[in-house]
Design a protein around this ligand. Structure first.
Ligand code: NCD
Length: 322
C-alpha cells in the first residue's frame, strides 16, 4: 500500500513560496497544486490515517488578534496531523495590553525559534508586514476585510469536488460583499480557475465598482437564482460596519435569506456553501443549511486538508538539487 507521504513525494518545484498572503498572488497552477495535495491528505484522513508526519520538528504559531473557531482549530489540527508542534498566542492575554507593538510581539515570538506564523488581524496588510519583518513563513488567516486565502481555497475545493469542475460555473457570493475577506479571496481564486462570479446583496454592501474585478453585480437574489450553480452565503459583518447598511435584520432576511421557497427557484443540483459562522434565519434558514444541497460541514473537513497542503508546501522537504 502506498502511504500518503509516498504519494506526496517531495514539494514540487512549482511551489516557490515561503508565505501564503493572498489568493490574488497565486496562479491557477499553484491553486490546483494545493487542491491536488489537499485531496491526498483528505483521502488519507478518510482512510483513518490520523498522522502524516511530513513536517516533523517544525513549529507553527497561531497569532490571532481576532476571534476564530474554525480557522484557528483547523490550522492547529492540520499542523499536528503533519507532526509539527503548535503554539497558541492570544492577543487579549498578551503583553500587547502593556503597550508592546505588533511587530515587537511577533519578533519576540520568532526569537523563540519558530518556523511559521499563522496570523489573523483586523488590519488589512498585517500579514504582509510580518512577512517583511520576520525570517519565518507567514500565512494570512484573515486580515480585516481584505483576504482570507485558505477560506477561499477550501470553498473552491468544495466546489471542485461537488461539481467536478470550477471552470464555466456561475458562482454567486451573497451578503456583505463590502466587508468580507472571504468574498475577495473567492473572487480571485474563482476567476483564476475560470468561473463566472456574481456578487449579490443590498446596494449599501455591493458597489458597482466590483465590476472592475471582472465580476457581475446584482442587488436581487431572486433575479439571479435560476442561473447560478453555486451560492456562497456570507455573514453580515456587523463588527466591521460603522453604520447600519439596512433598516433591520428581518428586512435583510426577507430579501436575501436562502430558504425553501428560494431553493425551489434554483437549478435542481444547486450547491450551497457558507464559510461559517452561520446565523440561522439571517443568511440561510436551518432546513436549507442542514439540507442535501448544503456542503457547509464538508467545507470544514476540506479546511483541514487544505491547510495541511499549504503547511506542507511551505515547510515540507524539497527534492535535493541535482
Ligand atoms: C470567516 C472570517 O473570519 O472571515 N469565517 C471563517 O474564517 N470561518 C467569515 C466570517 O467571519 O463571517
Amino acid at each position: 500500500m502506498v502511504t500518503a507521504a509516498e504519494e506526496l513525494g517531495p514539494v514540487p518545484d512549482l511551489w516557490k513560496r515561503r508565505h501564503l498572503l493572498a489568493l490574488e498572488d497565486l496562479s491557477a497552477e499553484e491553486i490546483s497544486l494545493i487542491f491536488d495535495k489537499a485531496e491526498v491528505f483528505k483521502r488519507a484522513m478518510a482512510a483513518g490515517q490520523r498522522k502524516i508526519p511530513v513536517v516533523t520538528g517544525k513549529t507553527c504559531v497561531n497569532l490571532f488578534f481576532e476571534n476564530s473557531t474554525r480557522t484557528r482549530n483547523s490550522f492547529s489540527l492540520a499542523a499536528r496531523r503533519l507532526g509539527a508542534d503548535t503554539v497558541d498566542f492570544s492577543a487579549s492575554t498578551s503583553s500587547l495590553s502593556k503597550g508592546e507593538t505588533f511587530i515587537d510581539t511577533a519578533k519576540n515570538i520568532e526569537a523563540m525559534g519558530i518556523d511559521l506564523v499563522v496570523v489573523r488581524h483586523h488590519t488589512p496588510g498585517a500579514p504582509q508586514l510580518l512577512a517583511q519583518n520576520l525570517n519565518c513563513g507567514v500565512i494570512n488567516a484573515g486580515d480585516g476585510p481584505h483576504e482570507h486565502p485558505t477560506q477561499g481555497l477550501l470553498d473552491i475545493l468544495t466546489i471542485r469536488q461537488r461539481c467536478g469542475r470550477v471552470a464555466g460555473l456561475t458562482v454567486a457570493l451573497v451578503g456583505d460583499i463590502a466587508h468580507s475577506r472571504t468574498a475577495r479571496s473567492n473572487i480571485w481564486g474563482l476567476k483564476k480557475l475560470g468561473a463566472h462570479v456574481i456578487v449579490c446583496g443590498p446596494s449599501t454592501l455591493v458597489s458597482p465598482r466590483w465590476a472592475e474585478l471582472g465580476v457581475e453585480y446584482s442587488y436581487s437574489l431572486d433575479d439571479i437564482l435560476p442561473r447560478v450553480d453555486v451560492l456562497n452565503l456570507l455573514r453580515i459583518q456587523f463588527e466591521r460596519q460603522t453604520t447600519r447598511p439596512f433598516p433591520s435584520v428581518r428586512e435583510y432576511a426577507h430579501l436575501y435569506a436562502m430558504d425553501r421557497q428560494r431553493l425551489a427557484k434554483t437549478k435542481p443540483d444547486i450547491l450551497i456553501l457558507a464559510p461559517g459562522p452561520i446565523n440561522r434565519g439571517v443568511e440561510v434558514t436551518p432546513d436549507v443549511a442542514d439540507g442535501p444541497h448544503s456542503a457547509i460541514l464538508e467545507q470544514v473537513t476540506n479546511g483541514v486538508a487544505v491547510r495541511m497542503a499549504v503547511l506542507w508546501l511551505i515547510l515540507g522537504e524539497r527534492a535535493p538539487v541535482k
